[in-house]
Write a protein of this length. Sequence first.
Lengths: 396, 91
Amino acid sequence: MSPSYQDLIAAAREVIPEVEPADVAPRVAAGDGPLIIDVRETAEWDQGHLPGAVHIPRGFLESRIGGTAPDSDQEILVSCASGQRSLLSAQTLHDMGFTNVTNLAGGFARWKQNNHPVEIPRILTAGQRSRYSRHILIPEVGEEGQMKLLDSKALLIGAGGLGSPAAYYLAAAGIGTIGIVDDDEVDESNLQRQIIHTTDRVGMNKGESAKQAIAALNPEVQVNVHPFRVNRDNVLDLVSQYDVIVDGADNFPTRYLLADASLMTNTPLVHASILRFEGHASVFTPYDGPCYRCLFPEPPPPDLAPSCGEAGVLGVLCGVMGNIQATEAIKVLLGIGDTLSGRLLIYDALGMTFTELKVRRDPDCPSCGPNADLQLRDYEAWCAGVGSHDHAGASA
Amino acid sequence: MSTVKIPPVLRQAAGGERTVEAKGANVGEVLTALCEAHPAIGKQILTSDGELHKFVNVYVNDEDARLMQWTDTPVGDDDTLLILPAMAGGQ
């Protein structure tokens, strides 16, 4: 005869030790408790749970436990509403090879009755759960990560070649606030690559145009349009309102200005630059990794640094590089993975190669070195000055 | 002969090539050979005193030559030199 539910419960009790809430509560309070897996359904979890618990509905236990508990010897306490489903879940984990699994006796109900502290999760709406479901499924993101993104603010310098794809994907990802600095208007010649704009918005401010596209894609994103050029008078106030800067500028004075403002406000800077078939990308984490000036102490003279307007750029290259920036910005905001901090990624679309160079902090860096006297300067004049050198001036 | 990767802005000066071979036992010698073969590159990356401009980064494989022995950094036949000026484009 097949075993009944009661038989399964009884068999699991033989194998899985039970822990009373009162016995584990002090450890949970002290932050050195076991990994707590709550296997209830989402609607139950939303009503409250043990502090620090991780939510894996029972139906997903086998598929998701590896991402949460990679070590099979790890101490795991399973909880549910009354201690039955968690007992069977604990049996499953035991069968999967987890050696140190216990069950919370009486479940969340007894925990709550005994007045132990309860965490009530901030929850995503049903609409958000649906929209961001593919993010939520990723263990490194999950609901918590998605909420972090919803609370995040990213500042895009330029809604051009790099800013267009970056803005699109950051908006789709649910970055709560996106600031777009651009004083330029949409031109027909932009549309080969600046995909956030449309033919019928030619002539409109690029920030406004991007705002319309983002509203159509994800109306819950707050878009702040800053229809001016970033300069040393406004940069600190602007940058300090955001958690990350995505640099899609088209000139060196702005890039060096942003690099210094990133250090002064301790705001990570996600860098990319593009020309023809080639793109550079890196992440500059203030005082933790190298800064832009550690990598490029001085800008080249204008004839060695043509703009895309002068030398051209493959439209789709902008998509690759802008999306690398969006990827890095999301990782920075979530605090996950290895960013490009300390590395320069060079993408050669013509050869279809990715090359990685090591970038190290310059101990003598005039911006982030220990003896740096960092203050905002006249970057136009400085770039023109160092750019002039004694350069012979042959045209590339 | 080591391989020198030419950045987009210098390719015209290198006859349109993305990589060129150049002889030399160290970074300085390889760059001298490169500039002799392609004088237009020399005009772009060298000062009138024949020194490398500060805005030119040179990598030997994935390491910044400035953080090694700069122009004295030894270069073998299997090594790749990469000339890397900053790029500003974003729009």
